[in-house]
Design a protein around this ligand. Structure first.
Ligand code: 3BY
Ligand code: FES
Ligand code: FE
Length: 415
């Protein structure tokens, strides 16, 4: 076995369950490259929403390690994804970001591809040139209730269709496929992508989120018996709100049961409809809706939030009045892009039904607070004095993330 590989396998074997990972997982270029190969080229990744590419020709380009992928609505209204690499001499076709195209034209020598990826025109080639041999390379893509996932693997994880089928009924009433993008924010965090994910998987640090905690119950992640004394009052409020929400979900026929299979399967996920504090409608200072026009045909804004967490790179909060999606993309061992997107009903009018500032305020503040925590964590794990420490019981989803992650590394490194 190559020495590099055995060093990585040794690190994986050394890992003490229930403890954070060793420093090099977050700082070392070899681990970063392994993460791209073992995780980001193998798994289904959340990269966009249908609402970003509603019309034929609409496209969104996303960078995944050294890869660049075009997500595109084709002329028939179907979703497609292609490698952003021209089949002539490999030039990048589209810049990162969003746009709309009739055809995909390479800027170098004008090879021109249809929205189905077929090469339509290659100037000044000999008569026997076979255009059929040079279609854009495809990438697996699918929408799950309006959330767009791509997979760079030749053979994507076999359990994703089943996971999608279990998630879709929860998302369906919110009709995200028809929604519109109300706001978007790209935040580059000074930390490894795993620190961004781990931070999202616990509320142990949530007292750092005063705006979020107006409505987000800080008891998230605690069991009934483990709620600490300072959170007892919040827990009492949670229990009352939870009972009422369950009755609402039952009455409206909304799926709400917790499904939590974060490390038991290749596509780890967690989904749950859950109460919010105060008015219980949205992430606002008093909990009332931030958008007057509700998603889908929902009859009431008081629905709490549908929380969805997926390995390896995403989480979502889907409410009665809006949805907010989070996509995590690694840039370097110590740099990560967090892309946040807010969705509202397609006919919601800015300035009338919603104010973008109010809509985005809580998660913008929360993301910035989290980014500061992640940057501090990165500084600490890069310090030679760092050694892995024990997770608290309420950090069980961080442990699940690490367990899931290490299983993927083991699969990749298997001799
Ligand atoms: O966005 C989330 O779901 C996580 C869970 C707890 C902390 N953070 C808010
Ligand atoms: Fe694209 Fe030449 S590299 S047309
Ligand atoms: Fe946080």
């Amino acid at each position: 076995m190559e020495p590099g590989k055995s060093r990585l396998l040794d690190a994986v074997a050394r890992r003490v369950a229930g403890h954070s990972l060793e420093g090099p997982y977050y700082t070392d270029r070899t681990f970063f490259d392994l993460d791209i190969t073992a995780i980001f080229t193998r798994q289904w990744l959340f990269v966009a929403v249908d609402a970003e590419v509603p019309e034929p020709g609409d496209c969104s380009t996303v960078e995944i390690g050294p890869y660049s992928v075009i997500v595109l609505r084709d002329d028939e209204g179907g979703l497609r994804a292609f490698h952003n690499v021209c089949r002539h001499r490999g030039a990048r076709m589209l810049d990162e970001g969003r746009g709309s195209v009739g055809n995909l034209v390479c800027g170098y020598h004008k090879w021109t591809y249809g929205t189905d990826g077929a090469l339509r025109h290659a100037p000044a080639q000999p008569p026997d040139f076979d255009r059929d041999c040079f279609a854009l390379k495809t990438v697996h893509v699918r929408s799950v209730g309006g959330l767009v996932f791509v997979c760079l693997a030749d053979e994507p994880p076999a359990d994703f269709p089943e996971v999608a089928a279990r998630i879709e009924p929860y998302l369906a009433p919110h009709e995200l496929r028809r929604a519109k993008v109300a706001a978007r924010c790209d935040l580059v965090e000074n930390g490894n992508w795993k620190l961004v994910m781990e931070n999202n998987r616990e509320c142990y640090h949530c007292d750092g989120h005063p705006e979020l905690l107006r409505t987000f119950f800080p008891t998230y992640g605690y069991t009934r018996d483990s709620v600490p004394a300072n959170l007892r009052q919040a827990h009492e409020r949670y229990l009352r709100a939870d009972a009422e929400m369950r009755a609402t979900y039952e009455r409206l026929g909304l799926p709400y049961a917790l499904i939590e299979e974060l490390h038991e399967r290749t596509t780890g996920f967690r989904i749950q409809r859950d109460a919010l504090d105060l008015a219980g409608e949205s992430f606002t200072p008093d909990g009332t809706a931030a958008c007057r026009r509700l998603l889908g045909d929902l009859p009431t804004p008081r629905l709490g939030h549908l929380a969805l967490h997926l390995q390896p790179n995403s989480w979502f909060h889907v409410l009665g009045d809006h949805a907010v999606t989070f996509s995590v993309l690694p840039l370097a061992p110590d740099k990560t892009l967090l892309r946040t997107t807010w969705l509202v009903h397609p006919e919601a009018v800015e300035g009338e039904d919603y104010d973008p500032g109010t809509l985005t305020k809580v998660w913008t503040a929360t993301n910035e607070q989290d980014a500061r925590l992640v940057a501090r964590a990165q500084q600490g794990v890069a310090n030679p004095a760092y050694e892995p420490g024990p997770y608290a019981p309420t950090e069980y989803q961080v442990e699940a993330f690490c367990t899931w992650y290490l299983a993927r590394l083991r699969e990749e490194l298997r001799p």
